[in-house]
Design a protein around this ligand. Sequence first.
Ligand code: PCA
Length: 166
Amino acid sequence: MLFLIFVYGTLKSGEPNYHLMQNETSGVCIPRGIAYTKEKYPLVVASRYNIPYLLDKPGTGHNVQGELYKVDAAQLAFLDRLESHPKLYVRKDVVLTRNKDDPSSREDIAAQAYFLVNFRPHLLDLPMYDSYKDMIDGKKYIKPKDRDVPAPLWWYEIHTGYEEEI
Ligand code: PCA
């Protein structure tokens, strides 16, 4: 069984976690090209570690560019752990298109992506991007191994569910 996953952040080619999308590193992972969200979504870079988040608020932001991958159950489980699904990011259905400038395009693609669902409202005040890239607006991504505060102790910065746990 294979799953179609849309990556829009550090897992894209050339970005800091791309090595985790190499085929057979953690499971089967086959590139399927570039796609865009059919709906607009806010893509922001947030928290002290400058992490990209696609916010679950359709209609706001941009048609976000990302990459499609076909993955097997092992790679999907690996990605779910990496993204702390469903505690932090939530893997959700998303509709994509190959051609964002042609809304009538019949090439809709059903996939899943990691969204931030219970996000703090102030995240909507951040700049919204149509495509993520490390160092965008000078924001350097800090990898999990280089973070000075362990998860979930910093999640309150971006997530409404973690205030009590600090
Ligand atoms: N990794 C996932 C979600 C955000 C991130 O940095 C991705 O690239 O889609």
